[in-house]
Design a protein around this ligand. Structure first.
Ligand code: ATP
Ligand code: MG
Length: 247
């Protein structure tokens, strides 16, 4: 069976900075792949090249064997691929529920929804189910800007799932989140993976989170993959330890 996501020989430079160099990997259906590596090693740039925010200088991205290199984010959303960003994407003046509805509309390619405030558009029941699943029901009517940082991160993750995506790429979902909320987020992601067979690629610096959640890791350093394998083996790999210490 072919991989759900196939990345081949991806390169991305910014002027003289080679942020991603010859990166190739596969993600199988149902996997939770962790992407780790020191600051500036190219993790977010890799996501940006996969999800159409940036055009790679070289290389291909395939979803279900179909070449999707260079497609726009909304086109990828329609193929069942979505993401979160390293920085929060919630709209502080919209309520938690409105944020979810706006996210679903954006997944469908309607930017106007975000600009002019979300009307329900039949997405209310899906938003309510998502709020319940992420244990955010009691905060449904609260403006996102009034939520704690951890609650906003949880809402941000929930927004990525509003399209019912099969493949979700999460850029530092645990960053700055307290341990209790973190355990909740991990459980939710594990549950979506287990029950809906959703596939994840997760960039994260929090090793405990990565070790508990991911089935396999790739490690980036200076834009290249320097190690790949089960979390336990990768953690003990001298090349990986060196990359972190040398940074
Ligand atoms: N838009 C951009 N323009 C110029 N340089 C960029 C741009 N985006 C990233 N870079 C550079 O590319 C390299 C990789 O950055 P990237 O953000 O992908 O790293 P990262 O692994 O996500 O880091 P972190 O863990 O800190 O989020 C860095 O040297 C960064 O300064
Ligand atoms: Mg990053």
């Amino acid at each position: 069976m072919s991989a759900l996501l196939e990345v081949r020989d991806l390169d991305k430079s910014f002027g003289g900075v080679q942020a991603v160099r010859g990166v190739s990997f596969d993600v199988r259906e149902g996997e939770i792949l962790g992407v780790i590596g020191p600051n500036g090693s190219g993790k977010s740039t890799l996501f940006n090249c996969i999800l159409g925010q940036l055009a790679p200088n070289h290389g291909t991205v395939k979803v279900d064997g179909r070449d999707v290199t260079g497609l726009r984010p909304s086109q990828l959303n329609r193929l069942g691929v979505s993401r979160t960003f390293q920085l929060l994407q919630v709209f502080p003046k919209l309520t938690a529920r409105e944020n979810l509805i706006a996210a679903a509309q954006e997944h469908q390619g309607s930017r106007w929804a975000r600009l002019f405030g979300a009307r329900d558009a039949g997405l209310g029941p899906t938003a309510d189910r998502m709020l319940e699943f992420f244990r955010l029901t009691s905060l449904a009517g609260e403006k996102a800007g009034n939520l704690s940082y951890g609650q906003q991160k949880l809402l941000d993750a929930a927004m990525a799932f509003m399209a019912g995506s099969r493949l979700v790429l999460l850029d530092e979902p645990a960053g700055g989140v307290n341990p209790t909320m973190l355990a909740g987020l991990r459980e939710r992601l594990a549950e979506i993976n287990r029950e809906r067979g959703a596939t994840f690629v997760v960039i994260e610096h929090n090793m405990e989170f990565v070790m508990a959640l991911c089935t396999r890791l790739i490690v980036l350093a200076e834009g290249r993959i320097i190690a790949e394998g089960p979390p336990d083996a990768v953690r003990r790999d001298p090349t990986v330890i060196e990359a972190y210490l040398g940074h």
